[in-house]
Design a protein around this ligand. Structure first.
Ligand code: W6P
Length: 381
């Protein structure tokens, strides 16, 4: 039985979308057998949906060596999970499965930079037209979103049932029911600051303000979330704001305007606004910041030598995917020649935070990334 037949079969099933609430409930009450029986099917379903979409990409992109490398990783992982199709959940099978998942997570660690590489290779041999660019943008958004979802489920299983443990004892696997949002922003700022100092860059300050509209007894904002996802989002934005500020005022300015962070927990949304005075960007160029193509082009910068500040390219589009993954969003608005505000909106309650997952749907295959019938829909409770 060939892999293609399995892909055909499993792609007929819809992926199951979890909420943060349901993931926490399962972390408390679920057992490894249930998780095993569910995941050995769900992973194949989610991967099959993505594999089907590859057939609609420009074939020259798919033929690039880096793309083929990624493809072969997925085929290997797919086959490995498929091996468990009829395996009874005895102790050794379960241990084996957990180990397999850990290996898969490691195997796929470099998928994002490798696909960035593939895009560059493709651009070099045949400059893509607008339709190809938007197809690739559409696919990369969906493929990376699928990857975030798969890695979340895999990581959750290995943390709950393997011999790795979460960073924090109050966590339910990778989910922290009481993420201190300001503390995560602080950590991200500290790391960005460290990188800037390493690169002999000045570091603008940071100012905080937070309001908890749900609980008037405190202005401390906590939420149910995956701390590493929040960290990733905020780190990317802070780094951009700090860098814009330094580039605007020059390396030797006497002082720099601080980056301002506003955290508000409302009834429906938890919003983080990050505002800089880094000179802004014209509105016509805002969308470029989320484009995989523009991000792969080498950027001119005032840095001499190489440093980590310029980032790996896909920081912002991936940060937006993390925000969207649980029904949030990330937007930028700019006042040209003044500064930029980034808005991260997340669901304030764990019941509303359901995974947004791409669904393969041939008839709906379009060039846009608009929410529609080729994404899971959120059912209102
Ligand atoms: C800028 C460009 C940018 C991107 C993302 C976040 C903040 C900022 N500021 O000037």
């Amino acid at each position: 039985f060939k892999l293609a037949n399995h892909i055909e079969y499993y792609s007929k099933f819809q992926p199951t979308s979890f909420t943060l609430k349901s993931l926490i409930d399962f972390a408390r009450d679920g057992d490894i057998k249930q998780s095993y029986k569910f995941l050995r099917v769900e992973l194949l379903i989610r991967w099959s949906h993505m594999r089907k979409e590859i057939d609609y990409l420009p074939s020259k992109l798919v033929q690039m060596p880096s793309f083929q490398l990624v493809n072969s990783l997925y085929e290997q992982s797919y086959s490995e999970v498929l091996e468990f199709k009829d395996a009874e959940p005895d102790v050794s099978t379960l241990r084996n499965f957990t180990e397999t998942l850990t290996n898969i997570r490691r195997r796929h660690a470099e998928v994002v930079p490798t696909l960035a590489q593939a895009y560059m290779e493709f651009e070099k041999i045949s400059s893509s037209d607008m339709i190809e660019k938007s197809r690739i943008q559409y696919f990369y958004d969906r493929f990376f979103m699928n990857r975030i979802g798969v890695r979340t489920l895999i990581y959750q299983h290995t943390l709950l049932f393997g011999d790795e443990f979460p960073q924090n004892s109050q966590q339910a696997g990778i989910i922290d029911p009481m993420v201190d949002v300001a503390a995560v922003v602080h950590d991200a700022y500290a790391t960005a600051k460290f990188l800037f100092v390493q690169a002999s860059y000045p570091v603008p300050g940071i100012e905080f303000c937070s309001y908890n509209v749900q609980d008037h007894s405190t202005n401390r904002v906590t939420m149910v979330y995956i701390p590493s996802h929040l960290y990733h989002i905020v780190f990317e934005l802070l780094k951009n704001s700090l860098r814009a500020t330094v580039e605007r005022y020059g390396l030797n300015a006497k002082s720099y305007p601080p980056v301002k962070v506003l955290i508000v927990k409302g009834h429906e949304d938890l919003t983080i606004q990050i505002t800089d005075s880094g000179g802004g960007i014209p509105r016509s160029k805002l969308s470029h910041l989320f484009h995989y193509m523009y991000s792969t082009a080498p950027k001119p910068s005032i840095e001499s030598g190489k440093s980590c500040i310029a980032g790996l390219g896909y920081g912002l589009p991936i940060a937006r995917l993390y925000a969207k993954y649980f029904q949030g969003n990330l937007t930028l608005s700019s006042v040209e020649d003044l500064g930029t505000s980034a808005y991260v909106s997340l669901k304030a309650t764990a019941e509303n935070a359901s995974e947004l997952l791409p669904i393969f749907n041939k008839s709906r295959y379009s060039y846009t990334t608009e929410k529609g019938s080729d994404w899971t829909v959120q059912y209102k409770s």
